[in-house]
Design a protein around this ligand. Structure first.
Ligand code: EPU
Length: 430
């Protein structure tokens, strides 16, 4: 298993380019199954999760060509409709091929995704929505077997115990673009990545109203064309570097980034003493005061504070003055990073889905283990601000979601090194 070794205590300063958004790119790649014409996707980040989605498309029979920052899905049909356990079990977002396969080919066999360290992650809303469109779905041998002659439009309420669902909305949206009639999704997730997916579908010829809002209306069409499309910048990657600037007391310029999509984070960073200046060519982020202020955060669906920045923000609050409170309302068990942060000298206690963080003057380097993508990012941030040396193991999670992490951090002045290990381990991802 590779490790990251970080000598902490340096202020990060300089410029960084924000990569394409992982969570927009993955459903967009799945959505290319809705057409048999060529699709060219640009601003594609070089990530393990993207590779997994491309492997799924290839295994389904689509020809994929990749060059730096770009993916070309050549025109052609799939030659089977099975997304295997081997691939789906390494990435939950693989479930996003279910809606497109069903809508385009009338059937799909997709491995039932398991839970992961951030929570149970049910798929009841995906199934409810697709069944409402007329799909017959059963589970056999660990696989979802779905069939439908032609999907038929319906009004679908997509709310669950924790509110809206990003990938369930994506699946139903993708299925509905080829369904007969007008589908209305109520309580659709509004995350910017879904807006990007809707824009991609529209570029294929889909007819969608209300994109990016809780009520999406989709008029089904009989076929879709090819397109060339560029993925939006990654707001979570951008947010992670913004937190790094404030946590290390440095100054980071995020090239071509804007405040759009990160209002909740910026509000909280400013409350904690950060400054985010918007310029025509990017964002300048730094700290306005010597100490970080304590704050309270509740994660929510968009436009609330994103769960995908909760762990990184917790690291910042570990070195704040006073007591901060973080309540997790999207994944109530997404707190595995707490024990690792405490090993580095943080003082965090967990009560249900609420973490109470008593700020300490400094964290101290230690060997720690990453548990999921965003927890890994939080540990990297902790290591960057800690006194001394931190060794982070199980860093394969970072390769799923942060393009060129070490290169970008080194360019900002971090002392960080990857220690390679040739031994292969079982890499279950979220
Ligand atoms: N949920 C249900 N039923 C469902 C689906 C979801 O109860 O059928 C619950 C989940 O258990 C959770 C809540 O609804 O409590 C929200 O989950 P959601 O479905 O929105 O999550 P997702 O679509 O599976 C995407 C991102 C995650 C991100 C969440 C929330 C992708 C590929 N993944 O997952 O990203 O945390 O939305 O914003 O888009 C990450 O990038 O690190 C990551 C985990």
């Amino acid at each position: 298993m590779d490790k990251l070794v970080i000598e902490g205590g340096r202020k990060l300063s300089g410029s960084v380019r924000v990569s394409g958004a992982k969570n927009a790119c993955l459903p967009i790649l799945a959505a290319t199954l809705l057409t048999e014409e060529e699709c060219v996707i640009k601003n594609v980040p070089d990530l393990k999760d993207v590779e997994t989605m491309l492997n799924i498309l290839s295994a389904l029979g689509r020809e994929v060509r990749r060059s730096p920052g770009e993916v070309r899905i050549l025109s052609g049909k799939v030659n089977n409709v099975t997304a295997s356990y081997e691939l789906v079990s390494t990435m939950r977002a693989s479930i996003a091929v279910l809606g497109p396969l069903l809508a385009k080919y009338g059937k799909a066999k997709v491995s039932f995704p398991g839970g992961c360290v951030i929570g149970q992650r049910p798929i009841d809303l995906h199934l409810k929505g697709l069944r409402a469109l007329g799909a017959d779905i059963r589970v056999e041998g660990g696989y979802l077997l779905a069939e439908a002659e032609r999907l038929t439009a319906r009004r679908i309420y997509l709310g669950g115990h924790f509110g809206s669902s990003v990938l369930a909305t994506a699946n139903i949206l993708m299925a509905a673009v080829l369904a007969e009639g007008e589908t209305i999704i109520e309580n659709a997730a509004c995350e910017p990545e879904l807006l990007d997916l809707a824009n991609f579908l529209i570029s294929l010829g889909a007819r969608i109203e209300g994109k990016g809002t809780p009520t999406i209306k989709i008029k089904g069409v009989s076929s879709l064309s090819g397109t060339t499309y560029s993925v939006i910048p990654d707001r979570i990657e951008a947010g992670t570097y913004m937190i790094a600037a404030v946590a290390t007391g440095g100054r980071i310029f995020l090239e071509s980034a804007s405040c759009e999509h990160n209002a909740a984070l910026i509000d909280k960073l400013e409350e904690a003493g950060g400054v985010v200046e918007e310029h025509s060519n990017g964002l300048d982020v730094y700290r306005s005061q010597p100490n970080i202020g304590s704050i309270d955060i509740t994660t929510l669906t968009y436009p609330g504070f994103p769960t995908d920045l909760q762990a990184q923000m917790m690291t910042l609050l570990c070195i704040s003055e006073g007591i901060s409170v973080i309540t997790e309302k999207v994944y109530p068990n997404r707190f595995i990073h707490i024990s690792e942060l405490n090993r580095m000298g943080a003082e965090i206690i967990l009560e249900g889905a609420t973490a109470i963080i008593k700020g300490v003057s400094r964290l101290k380097g230690a060997p720690v283990m990453a548990s999921d993508l965003r927890a890994s990012a939080a540990l990297v941030l902790a290591a960057l601000v800690a006194q001394g040396r931190t060794e982070i193991s199980r860093i394969y999670h970072l390769d799923r979601g942060y393009e060129d992490l070490e290169e970008k951090l080194i360019a900002l002045g971090a002392n960080i090194e990857r220690k390679k290990d040739s031994k292969k381990t079982n890499q279950l991802t979220g």
